[in-house]
Each structure stands twice: as C-alpha cells, then as structure tokens.
Write a protein that binds this ligand. Sequence first.
Ligand code: ADP
Ligand code: MG
Length: 387
Amino acid sequence: MIRFEQVSKVYPDGTTAVDDLSFEVAEGELVTLVGPSGCGKTTTMMMVNRLVEPTSGRVLVAGEDVSAVDPVELRRRMGYVIQQVGLFPHRTVLDNTATVPALLGWKKARARARAAELLDLVGLDPATYGARYPAQLSGGQRQRVGVARALAADPPVLLMDEPFGAVDPVVREHLQNEFLRLQASMRRTVLLVTHDIEEAVRMGDRIAVYGQGRIEQFDTPAAVLGTPANSCVARFVGADRGLKRLSVTEIQPDDLEEPPVARLDETAAVAAARMRAEGARWAVVLNAAGELHGWVSSEALSLAGEQGTVGDLARRMDAWVPVGAPLKQAFSEMLQHDAGWVAVLEGHRFLGVLTPSKLHEALRRSVDADAHGVGRAEVGFDSVADV
Ligand code: ADP
Ligand code: MG
C-alpha cells in the first residue's frame, strides 16, 4: 500500500536525513518506524504526504507515485497525527474533528455527525467535549481528538508521528491499547513513528528499526527482539529484549500441555483411583461442556473416601488466560497467583495449561518461526532465564 523505492533525502544544508530507503507497508498493516532522535523517521513519513520531497527515488501509495498527485488532494486522502497534536485553538473540539470532511466539502450536518461519531469512538463523549476548546482538555484528551480528526474522513492510510508522545506513561499505554482495539476492526494501513522501542513492539505488526537515515532491520517485533540483525539494533532494543518478547509472543494451542482432567459430576472415588493410576497430584476440573470449573488435588479426593463428587472438592482456578494472549500475561498470572501453571481458555472452553517450560518453548518457537532459518544456538534467552 505504501512503497518506498530507493528513496534518499538530502536537505539543502547538506544533511542526509534518509539514505537509499526501500520498504513496503502492506494494506491493513501497522508498521512502526523506530529509532533514536534525528535518524530520519519524520522525514520518511513526510515524504508519504509530500510535506517533504525526496531528493531521489520514489514513494508509491496504492501503486501511484505520490509525486504525480496534487499534495493537497494527497493529504486529504491520508489521516495525519502529529506529536504536538496541532489542533486549531480557536475551533471547538467538534469543528477540529470535522476539519477534513469540511475541506472535502461535506455538508455541515454530515461533517458534524461524523465528527461526533469519531469523538465517541476515541472515548470522548461529544455532548460533553464537542463544544470545548483544545485548551480546556487534558493532554490525553487532546491526543484523542488528534486521532479522531485523522480518522474523520475515513482515510485508507494513517500517518502517525509520535502520536502518544505528549502524555504520561499510564495515559499513553491506555491510548495505545485503545488505538490497537480500533485498528483491529478498522485495519487501516498505518505508518507510526516513535522513538520508544516499547511502543514500537507493542503497536507494530512489523517494525523498522532505524540507524542514521537507514533501516537496520525490518521484521516482526518477535523477530527483531529475538534475533537483532546487528549490534546496533541489539543495543537499541535493549538488554532485556528477552523479556520484551514475552509481550509480543502469543499463546497458541500447540504450546499447551494436557493435564489430568476430572469431570465435575464424577464421584471422588472414581477420580481418585484414576489419578493414582496416572500418578497425578492434581487435575483440572471441567464441566460436561468442557468448560473450566476449577482444579482438585488427588489428596482431597482420597480423603473424601466414598463420599461426594469431584465438584464438591474442586477449588477455584484463578490463574487463567485466553488463548492468543501474550506470554507475558500468562507469566504474570503465574507470579500473581503463585501458580506453577496457568489454564488457557478459548471463551469458557478449556484448551490446556501453560507451564514454565512450555512458555520457554513458545518463545523459541516464535523465534524459529520468525527468524527465517536462524539457528537456535544464535538466539539468546539470557534475560528470560534470569527471572
Ligand atoms: P527523526 O524524526 O528521526 O527525529 P528527522 O527526520 O526529523 O528525524 O531528521 C533527520 C535529520 O534531518 C536530522 O539530522 C535533522 O536535523 C535533519 N533535518 C530535519 N529536517 C530538516 C530540515 N528542514 N532542514 C535540514 N535538516 C533537517
Ligand atoms: Mg521526528
């Protein structure tokens, strides 16, 4: 959808901001450009909407060379969120949000209705906030308006330059999660610039790690964290990259172990005998529909003798996560509940349990899958092993 072909930018003062850059962002993909300040991220982004013209090379959007498109026309087709948000101070929140639809000549009522819809979408009640001016909002609220404004004309492409930069870490994480939720349903093509590696790996389907004016590595977050292409990338992603990978690797059904299972309505004696035969010390308790009810120890079952059912003796299972959740969430559940394993559910249905050794395997699996043939021996798990 967005394609850079050998693009360079040398500013008139001789600064080479971008040097022979080639990469592509697929339709519906969110790519983050990440790197230290001054490495050319903003310049790259501005060449997409022609706020900056390349010195050489081409930028294509939906197959069309942007240099052939009228810049004003081009910018109306793309949402653009900048760090300083850039709201018009003398316009209300509603009018700010309706800026592009108004420029596109939508009828006023339609533009305002759309703006209200968008404010609602980003978590701002239009009745409360629509009539306010930007100065009457918190930093986080202003950034929400910035995102709403960028989305107002329903553009297929979104350019976001440090969009959550001006707020504190808690609000930032909240806005990031909200945006990811939106993006999951919108599936826009998004180029997001950040200097924050945490933000880059959390948000990006793929991330482009910049050095000076060049991309050092362009791959999935798990691959960049698992197998940095060179020492420059390794330094930038940080010594705790193993830990960071926990947050970008999802639990898959293949990662799970099948523990001993007892049925809710079985008698304790039957379940106890079976567990003795299997040498199991505990079992997961499921109902007839295969849904998680809790867990039971073989000791409790044995003590019950001929009395009662598994259901009477089952205890609640607090440590569980949905399938597809990041490994970090499973790990955090284990720590929080002081559990040696967590149950993994699909809806209410029980799929299996994740143990620490399976968690480790899942991390390896993600590297093997992503690293295109890089051997395990080259992959360091040092920081995970430390915890
Ligand atoms: P980033 O967004 O990664 O911080 P920029 O793309 O803003 O980096 O800048 C890349 C390099 O180009 C920097 O060295 C910066 O000083 C330089 N630069 C940016 N804009 C201009 C400009 N208009 N004129 C001259 N140099 C510029
Ligand atoms: Mg910048």
